[in-house]
Structure formats: C-alpha cells, structure tokens
Design a protein around this ligand. Structure first.
Ligand SMILES: [Mn+2]
Length: 321
C-alpha cells in the first residue's frame, strides 16, 4: 500500500500534476487529491498544476487555485503524478518531476511505465479517481473530495457504461453518494452539457465520418482550420469518439485531430474485439485495451491506412481462433 500519509507528512512542499490535455478523470483526481491533502496535512504548501481546467469542471472545489503548468518552477519535496501513464505525458512538468526529492505515480493505465520512485498502478480500476478512493482514509473524504472523485469516475467510465465499470466501481460510487454528492448535477453539468460550439463540432464529425472495413471501423477527422473556424479548444472534442463508437456494427472508432501539418493526435475506442492499446503502443502512445491514443505523422489517408492494417490483423487473428 502506498504510504501517502507518511510521504506527505515528511514533505515540506508538495506538487500535484496530471497529464497533458487533462480529462475529467485527471482533473477530478488532481483536485480530489488537492482537497484531501488540505485535510490530511493542513497548512502544508501544496501546489496543483494543470494545463487547463475546462469550464465544465469549474464547479469543483478549489478549481480556481489550480496553477497553470507554465508557472511551474522550484524544487518540491514530493511530486504526485496522477492519471499519467508515462513521464513524457507530464509535458512541461517533466523537469519539475525530475528535480523532486520523492516521486509518486498513482494511475490505472495498463501501459504505465512505472517511472516514479513509488508507483501505485491498478490496471483494472476504472479510473484514477477509483484508485484514490482505495488509498484515501474514508473518514477524511468530505463532500468536496467525494465530488471530485465521483466526477473522475463518471468521466472515465462514460457515466458507468464502459466495460471498465466493475462492482467495486459502483460500490465506490455509492459510498461517494453517501458523502453528499449530487449525482445528476455532476453528470449533467460536467458530462452531458455541451456548448453550442461543442455540439456543432460533434455534428460535423458525425456528418463527415467514414465507414471502413465492412462497417467495422468508423473514423472522422478534425483539421486545425476547423478548430480555428469554431474557436474551439481540444477539450471541446471530448465525447465525440464515444458517439462514433456506439454506431451499430462498429468494432473500432477513430478520431484524428490535426496538431500541425502532417501530424495527428489519434484517439481510438474499441467495442471489445480489438486491443487498441496494443495498436497505439506500436505508434508510441498508450492507454487502455478499449480506449487509447497516440500521435502519428502523415496525411489522414496514411494514418488511417496504417491503423487499418493493425485492426485487420487483430480481427482476422480472432476469426482463426
Ligand atoms: Mn484515467
């Protein structure tokens, strides 16, 4: 078991950080830890750095205290990396991590590279929020901490519908509700509520999506130009891949986002037959069996071609069994 109490008591200064382009699990986990440490080690210097906190998450307690990663400097005694599968996913905070006296990684990615001194990785947990619940002292989880962890779980399970939702996930969610969390508020305000721009982008991605491999694969892509046209940021694309995935007959959904000319951020989702983490790892990315991502070079056509070969390989191997 991770000696969180001892590590935080021994440290004079603590930094909490997540991965680049933080999602709901990352932000909920980081703010959950931040609010929890305020109770566990009151008065201690704790800084939380994140690249961005989308408006949909701003109701979480202390979200206004989150510092931007570009402000990060200094040498901390303890670095807590949450929901971050590899050191490069810390982005510009990597140097701060390397300078810290003690480093801890708390995560649930199957592709986690165990890059910290203390690595607490639970591959089967739905979310880092779920992992934190197991580490935290239940007595010290107040409503604010519970709300953060609940949001984290809601987002990584797609509101308890992905296959990573276990009996334990539901038990933890129940325990968090007992702490006073308003389930429908968290779910509606942070997950389902979309801005006009987000809905327009979702609409375009669905409209322009293309079926491949006898309707087993669906993909859509978002160009830089399109993002500029709508004045969108990358978190505005959250949820689009999930909508592509629930198309009837689909085994794999792919969403490409142009980062720069001939370079795409790839998001992949599987409905069970294809291990998309295996594919993304081949291209330098990572994630989970059913949800993974990577970055790839080339045109949309090149990227989809390269991915299709790998998907076809896995699907035909399954048929032989
Ligand atoms: Mn996560």
């Amino acid at each position: 078991m991770l000696p969180l109490m001892q590590l935080t008591k021994d440290a004079e200064s603590i930094v909490i950080a997540g991965h680049v382009r933080p999602d709901g699990d990352c932000i909920g986990s980081c703010l959950g830890m931040y609010n929890y440490l305020k109770k566990l080690v009151p008065g201690k210097k704790v800084d939380l750095y994140l690249e961005e906190v989308p408006k949909a998450f701003s109701f979480l307690k202390c979200s206004e205290e989150v510092k931007h990663t570009s402000e990060a400097k200094g040498r901390y005694d303890l670095f807590l990396a949450l929901d971050c599968g590899s050191i490069d996913r810390l982005g510009s905070l990597e140097s701060l991590f390397l300078q810290a006296k003690t480093t801890v990684c708390i995560d649930h990615h199957i592709s986690n590279t165990e890059y910290a001194q203390y690595n607490h990785v639970e591959n089967h947990a739905s979310s880092t929020g779920e992992v934190l619940f197991g580490i935290f002292d239940t007595e010290l989880i107040d409503e604010a901490v519970a709300e953060c962890l609940y949001l984290a779980i809601v987002h990584d399970t797609g509101v308890f519908k992905h296959s990573n939702t276990s009996k334990r996930t539901m038990e933890i969610a129940g325990a968090l509700l007992e702490k006073g969390v308003s389930s429908s508020k968290v779910i509606d305000d942070s997950f389902y509520k979309k801005t006009y721009v987000q809905n327009q982008l979702l609409g375009r991605c669905l409209l322009e999506s293309i079926l491949l491999m006898d309707g087993k694969v669906i993909f859509s892509s978002v160009s830089k130009k399109m993002m500029e046209l709508y004045g969108a940021v990358s978190s505005d694309l959250d949820g689009i891949i999930d909508q592509l995935r629930v198309t009837e007959g689909i085994e794999v959904a792919i969403l490409l986002k142009e980062e720069r000319p001939q370079q795409y951020k790839v998001s992949m989702r599987s409905n069970g037959k294809v291990d998309v983490c295996k594919i993304c790892c081949m291209f330098g990315g990572g994630g989970h069996v059913m949800a993974a991502g990577c970055s790839m070079n080339g045109s949309v056509h090149d990227v989809i071609n390269n991915l299709s070969v790998q998907i076809a390989d896995q699907l035909s191997a399954k048929q032989e069994i």
